[in-house]
Write a protein that binds this ligand. Structure first.
Ligand code: TXA
Ligand code: MG
Length: 333
């Protein structure tokens, strides 16, 4: 079964040993919990997809303790160094050409000529990556298409029995995934996924940031941009200015409609950092309580469209998107 490890030195040693032996360990990062495995071992990477029930056409991010280690696997350009100096460790993933001698398996890179690399922030994940000294592939530690986990209990809800261990480092500080920026062509830095580093912060370093949707000849969109994603069981209604008696409310700010029987306020003071950190737990909580009270959906108040608001809205759009029939939560392996 899945071993729950604490962030003590013996917990870290155990987690590192499991990873080096090709096992799967979920661990906390500053963004969300990742489902980690040695990216150089194709069998391990295959187990990650299996544990998540994830479609195989999704390339994975390789995680490293520092930029020096990350840049052994890719061809870093001057912009990569500048971004790494500014934002690493931190919630930014860079897409760069794979180095000819890269040891990351084709399965982890999905056979692409590029590789996603990231240096996460946090004492526990940093200590773990230093011990392991391998590129660690780590998609978010949820079943494919479901809400990303922002604490160890969420990971166990989704993956207990399917992975070797969870390293508990407490709740995640940022709460939404890393920003994915394609700089394989440094002339056209392209935002593939909004996330923990804001568009404004990237623009301050890179100047113009390109968007795959609006640019005719931009790089192909991130293969992970499945429209329906982060999906709770209950349908989600966006930009709600009122709430029906049979809806749960995901509120933002201090203008929360008082009628809501079940609600979760992302941030009463209207703080977007706080809202991001509380997003996935809020969706999960409302989904559970709403279902047990036989509500018909989740209404979401408008989110300001600047700073981390873009990443929050992106996740909410996916939660609200039309979706294929979801497998039941307890689908056998
Ligand atoms: O915050 C995060 O990034 C978390 C934590 C655990 O680090 N990880 C995460 O991984 O969100 P995942 O696998 O759920 O999302 C990875 C994203 C996907 O959208 C994927 O398509 C994109 O990165 N990606 C990975 N490699 C790529 C590549 N070579 N080119 C374009 N997009 C890539
Ligand atoms: Mg994910």
């Amino acid at each position: 079964m899945t071993n729950l490890l604490d962030a003590s030195s013996s917990g870290l040693q155990t987690a590192a040993r499991i990873l080096r032996e090709g096992g799967l360990v979920a661990f906390g990062t500053e963004t969300v919990y990742g489902l980690g495995g040695d990216a150089t071992q194709p069998k391990t990477v295959a187990r990650i997809f299996e544990a998540k029930n994830r479609p195989r056409f999704n390339p994975l991010i390789s995680h490293f303790a520092d930029a020096q280690a990350a840049f052994t696997q890719v061809v870093a350009n001057p912009l990569a160094h500048k971004l790494a100096d500014t934002f690493w460790p931190g919630p930014l993933t860079l897409i760069l050409p794979r180095a000819p001698h890269s040891t990351v398996s084709d399965l982890a890179a999905d056979g692409l000529p590029t590789l996603a690399v990231r240096v996460p922030k946090g004492e526990t994940v940093q200590a773990l990556l230093k011990l392991v000294q391998r590129p660690i592939a780590a998609p978010s530690a949820n079943r494919s298409g479901r809400i990303s986990p922002s604490d160890a209990a969420h990971v166990l809800e989704e993956l207990d029995g399917r992975i070797d261990a969870v390293l508990d480092s407490g709740p995640c500080q940022v709460g939404v995934e890393s920003t994915v920026l394609d700089i394989s062509n440094p002339e056209r830095p392209t935002l593939l996924r909004p996330g923990g580093i804001t568009l404004e912060a990237l623009q301050a370093v890179c100047g113009t940031i390109f968007m795959p949707e609006t640019e005719v000849d931009a790089a192909p969109a991130s293969p992970g941009r499945l429209l329906s994603h982060y999906a709770p069981h209950l349908p989600v209604r966006l930009n709600a200015t009122d709430v029906a008696p049979d809806e749960a409310l995901l509120a933002f700010g201090n203008t929360q409609p008082s009628e809501a029987a079940i609600s979760w306020n992302l941030s009463e003071s209207g703080n977007l950092e706080e809202a991001a950190a509380r997003l996935f737990t809020g969706l999960r909580t409302l989904d559970k309580q709403g279902q047990s009270h036989h509500l018909r959906g989740i209404a979401v108040q408008p989110i300001p469209q600047h700073g981390l608001g873009l990443a929050i809205q992106d996740r909410l759009n996916r939660a609200a998107a039309p979706r294929p029939a979801l497998p039941p939560e307890d689908l056998p392996a």
